[in-house]
Design a protein around this ligand. Structure first.
Ligand code: SF4
Length: 103
């Protein structure tokens, strides 16, 4: 989730710089604002939304098929081991099962 926000901030900064450089190339100020909001939607919001949906799908897959889902240290919303502060993946159980405790 943090990477979605940090990439969103980075893309927003790129859009700001690009639009600042384009400010003299666009004659109408209203057109500049329209292009600015379009760029925010196309370059910042839409990719962030796609990343979020991909993240939710991964978390759903992990929640279906992982040892960690039955452990009391598991945060199902973020697929996170709260004991080790590491993300669980389908391939990797961070503690390798040694710290598993029932819910
Ligand atoms: S302690 Fe181990 S089994 Fe439990 S959530 Fe963390 S990695 Fe998974």
């Amino acid at each position: 989730m943090g990477s979605i926000i940090s990439w969103g901030i980075l893309r927003f900064a790129v859009v700001l710089v690009a639009m600042w450089l384009l400010r003299d190339a666009i004659a109408e100020y209203g057109d500049w604002w329209m292009l600015f909001f379009f760029a925010i939607g196309a370059v910042v919001l839409f990719p962030a939304q796609l990343q979020y949906y991909r993240h939710r799908e991964e978390v759903t897959e992990i929640n279906k098929d992982s040892l960690c889902t039955s452990c009391k240290h598991y945060n199902a919303d973020e697929a996170l081991c709260t004991s080790l502060d590491e993300h669980v993946t389908l391939a990797v159980v961070p503690c390798e099962g040694f710290m598993w405790e029932p819910k």
